[in-house]
Design a protein around this ligand. Structure first.
Ligand code: ATP
Length: 333
């Protein structure tokens, strides 16, 4: 299969900040790559380089067969881009914004109008179609911006955090639209902070931190990488929490993590359902009441926290305070 996007050794520096320290990517035609990483990891920088908005200091990339440095116009003809810097004209209505994009792409008057109507309906913006975009809420703007990226039905789409700031309904509506595009063969590279989004949409996931790839694979491969199932226990009485931990931790295959403000224990286990029975027995004998007790498979959240936590602990540049949330969450556990 040919790669719709291939990047080799991408490097970008801003004075003493290395935004990208040599990133290789390949997105086969018709597939979806999810780019995950904490704030400041370098996701937007990658999207901007691949969409010809930013020149890398090193490395090369081809998109839909065209070189981003030597043939930027070719690349731009083949891509749709929606980002955190919404490309919307505030004074035009939603309809006019989309129609204008259609005209810029030479779709013709009629096709541009039809496409604008179609997309406004798909993104639930029909009622606001004739209002200036400056009256739109943040979520509406984001949807309009996304719709704009789809006007010309480009074969390759770059979406930088497409559902950040959307309410759950708009989010799932957006996923539906993206699923249709994917089914139609569009190649998609999306960045996201939402692990469920990568899980739901991406064929492959690349985890990036400090401008470097720290893991990649399918969602299942990444989950397997961080171990098997987890036993999760929430004690009713916080005063008995330590006792519950002392009793249950030996059942695990690795140290327990503490969540939910010192009320829940998450213990990686290797023994399957038998361990669950043993846990119930131990808690029962000790008379410790629980709110919740169960097994769950690792989520991508576990993957993300374990992986990005390790990257930081390995002594990489920790001065960028934009990484704090991921590290703080790691420390919480
Ligand atoms: P977020 O999820 O917060 O959008 P990101 O993963 O998209 O983060 P980038 O925006 O690609 O991260 O930034 C990567 C690094 O490069 C960060 O440390 C950022 O501070 C730095 N950076 C990005 N643009 C510039 C710039 N114009 N000048 C200086 N530093 C920059």
């Amino acid at each position: 299969m040919t790669d719709a996007v291939e990047a080799t050794g991408l490097i970008k520096r801003y004075k003493d900040v290395t935004a990208l320290g040599g990133v290789d990517l390949a997105v086969p035609e018709g597939s979806v790559l999810g780019l995950l990483g904490p704030n400041g990891a370098g996701k937007t920088t990658i999207v901007r380089i691949l969409s010809t908005l930013l020149r890398p200091d090193g490395g090369s990339a081809r998109v839909a067969g065209a070189d981003v440095l030597d043939e930027p116009r070719e690349v731009r003809r083949k891509i749709g881009l929606s980002g955190q810097y919404a490309a919307i004209d505030e004074y035009l209505t939603g309809f006019e914004n989309l129609e204008m994009i259609g005209r810029l792409y030479h779709l013709g008057r009629r096709r541009s109008r039809d496409r604008a109507h179609e997309l406004l309906a798909q993104f639930g913006l029909e009622d606001a179609a004739n209002r200036p975009a400056k009256t739109y809420s943040g979520g509406m703007r984001r949807r309009l911006d996304l719709a704009g990226a789809l006007v010309a039905q480009p074969p390759v789409l770059f979406l930088d955090e497409p559902t950040t700031g959307l309410d759950p309904r708009s989010r799932s509506g957006t996923w539906d639209v993206l699923r249709e595009l994917i089914a139609g063969g569009t190649t998609l590279l999306l960045t996201t902070q939402y692990l469920d989004e990568a899980d739901a949409l991406a064929d492959r996931i690349v985890v990036i931190d400090h401008g470097r790839i720290i893991a990649q694979g399918t969602a299942d491969e990444l989950k397997r990488q961080v171990g098997g199932e987890r036993l999760e226990v929430t004690a009713v009485d916080p005063a008995r929490f330590s006792e519950a931990r002392r009793l249950l931790e030996p059942l695990g295959s690795a140290p327990a993590a503490v969540e939910n403000h010192d009320r829940s224990l998450v213990i990686p286990i290797a023994g399957g359902a038998a361990v669950l029975g043993e846990a119930v027995r131990l808690l029962d004998e000790a008379g410790i009441e629980v709110d919740d007790l169960g097994m769950r498979r690792p989520t991508l959240d576990d993957v993300f926290m374990i992986l990005t936590g390790h990257a930081a602990e390995n002594g990489e540049d920790e001065q960028d305070d934009r990484h704090e949330p991921a590290l703080a969450r790691k420390a919480d556990r």
